[in-house]
Design a protein around this ligand. Structure first.
Ligand code: ACO
Length: 326
């Protein structure tokens, strides 16, 4: 069976930059705290009139261009987001229309920060099964719209952006394996409580800021390190790959300390093998690993034949790891 590979990558980051110095003027925090505890120096914030699908379409167009394909060549669209434009229609349907793609299957997945790895894995299955030829996977988030800008424990972490990939069959390399998982029993560690059927929007939910991200950061931190290390093993062991065989790790960018701990567990040098751009963008949920993969390729950090490990963890809880031969 032929493998699925990445034919093109793209990204879009809003122009507006919010620095740690800006945040010092908004909440009781400091550049020193944010930098040492998270590795973040700045993040991008979408314009008021810029929705998730607006960012998604820009990333998608850039991925299509790099793949040398047109919107009409795509026969499956998956959008990974926890900040859709609205409940429905899905952001994938809005994107299909904005792109001018054909009347192809389009759906959203809600997997928080693991969305890109889930999306690539789903697309791989659809392509391998022959259901589609070219899939477009877009991870796009406008977390600034669901952030409590008075809560210093969360508002310093998140940013907005989008990343995209076009996938199709390849003759060499491609996706070698994937491992996905979830643990719904720990869903309350990271949630956006109101606005759904459990707690419909009301004046009270707005007054109590229940439409913003609530997170138990330090509990999640401990889970993140173990879960990401376990997910990495779940995909690399069956492939017979050890830490040394991995040329680069493209992780979800939640916290530099999580990534250093992950590298330690995997026995790899974080400076050599772990790709980081958290300093520039913060945590963009599903968009983080999509933008990270795109930038690693743009910067020449990935060359033909390299073994890439993607590893993500997020709300749900969810996790996913994927090995790609470039
Ligand atoms: N500035 C200054 N002080 C702060 C700030 C801030 N921005 N935020 C919290 N503090 C304080 C706290 O109040 C606390 O003070 P206290 O000791 O007086 O009570 C102290 O700093 C330590 O707080 P912790 O929450 O224990 O800090 P921690 O070292 O755990 O860092 C962080 C917090 C950065 C959130 C970390 O726990 C983390 O990165 N967690 C993982 C997040 C994650 O992976 N989320 C999942 C993916 S996100 C997604 O799916 C959308």
């Amino acid at each position: 069976m032929k493998r699925t590979g990445i034919l093109g990558l793209g990204k879009y980051l809003p122009a507006n930059i919010l620095t740690n110095a800006d945040l010092e003027r908004m909440v009781n925090t400091s550049d020193e705290w944010i930098t040492t505890r998270t590795g973040i120096k700045q993040r991008r914030i979408a314009a008021d009139n810029e929705a998730t699908s607006d960012m998604a379409v820009k990333a998608a167009k850039s991925a299509l261009k790099s793949a040398g394909l047109e919107p009409k060549d795509i026969d499956l669209i998956i959008v990974a987001t926890i900040t859709p434009d609205m409940f429905f229609p899905s952001t994938a349907c809005l994107l299909q229309h904005k792109l001018g793609a054909g009347r192809v299957a389009a759906f959203d997945i809600s997997v928080a920060c693991s969305g890109y790895v889930y999306g690539l894995t789903i697309a791989d299955q659809f392509i391998k099964s022959g259901f589609c030829k070219h899939a477009l996977v877009v991870s796009a988030e406008k977390l600034s719209g669901v952030t409590d800008w008075e809560d210093r424990s969360t508002c310093v972490l998140f940013g907005d952006g989008a990343g995209a990939a076009v996938l199709g069959q390849v003759e060499t390399g491609g996706i070698l394996g994937a491992a996905l998982g979830a643990d719904g029993s720990k869903g309350d560690l990271l949630q956006l409580p109101a606005g759904g059927s459990r707690m419909p929007a009301s004046i009270k939910t707005v007054e109590n800021k229940l439409h913003t991200i609530k997170m138990e950061g330090n509990v999640l931190f401990k889970h993140a390190v173990k879960i990401m290390a376990d997910a990495a093993l779940a995909v690399t062991e069956p492939l017979g790959l050890k830490g040394d065989d991995i040329d680069i790790i493209i992780p979800h960018q939640a916290n530099i300390r999580i990534l250093n701990a992950l590298a330690k567990r995997m026995g790899v040098n974080p400076e050599e093998k772990v790709y980081l751009n958290i300093e520039k963008y913060g945590n963009m949920s599903a968009a983080s690993s999509a933008v990270a993969l795109t930038e690693a390729v743009e910067e020449g950090r990935i060359k033909k034949g390299d073994i890439i490990l993607m590893d993500a963890f997020g709300g749900g809880l969810t996790w996913g790891a994927l090995v790609i031969e470039w």
